[in-house]
Ligand binder design. Structure first.
Ligand code: SF4
Length: 191
């Protein structure tokens, strides 16, 4: 059984797939405790892999994209089985991770790593998308680790004006390598 917080159908509001319809499966629990965390990842219910796949179909119909998020979705042992079952059901699986837990992921799984206090080197290499949170400063300590990526997304924490300004200025100063990522779902009042 997996521990979950919620399953809902919405629009991906941030990152490379902004604007794309997706079913979100939020797994409960996280192995970190970031000061700025604004995510409720408390345990709300348990569900088996088959139940989750069914629920995704019930609320998302034939939506191709399913986002496993958290908390930290790779912290649960059965996440690999869930990924396999969703792929077998024809979904394109995206994983949003803090990158601390090494995991083998199929090639067609889109991995978004948002580094916090540490990152596993293999997960840094595997990342398809890197989303760095700007919270009072651009955390440049991550930049070497992700220097092989064509683009790093700078996401202002809480859409706060000061953080937005820092991210915009940094992206403008390094236009080859950085892009602004805003939490657009918060502007329009959706999850
Ligand atoms: S890694 Fe993400 S979900 Fe976990 S505590 Fe930090 S911000 Fe919250």
């Amino acid at each position: 059984m997996l521990q979950l917080t919620e399953i809902f159908y919405s629009i991906q509001g941030e990152g490379a797939y902004t604007g794309t319809p997706a079913v979100f499966v939020r797994l409960a629990g996280c192995n970190l405790a970031c000061d700025f965390c604004d995510t409720d990842y408390a345990l709300a219910f348990f569900a088996g892999v088959d139940e989750i796949v069914l629920r995704v179909a019930e609320i998302g119909g034939d939506c191709p994209m399913v986002v496993l998020t958290g908390g930290e979705p790779l912290a649960q042992a059965e996440t690999a089985a869930l990924i396999g079952a969703l792929r077998a059901a024809g979904r394109r699986v995206h994983v949003e991770s803090n990158g601390t837990i090494a995991a083998e992921l199929p090639d067609d799984v889109w991995l978004c790593v948002s580094p916090k206090e540490r990152v596993d080197a293999a997960m840094a290499r595997r990342a398809n998308e890197v989303k760095v949170i700007v919270d009072g400063c651009v955390p440049t300590r991550w930049l070497d680790l992700f220097s092989d990526k064509p683009t790093i997304l700078l996401q202002p924490e809480g859409n706060k004006p000061r953080n937005v300004a820092l991210a915009v200025e940094f992206a403008k100063a390094h236009p080859q390598h950085f892009r602004l990522s805003l939490q657009t779902h918060k502007f329009i009042g959706i999850r």
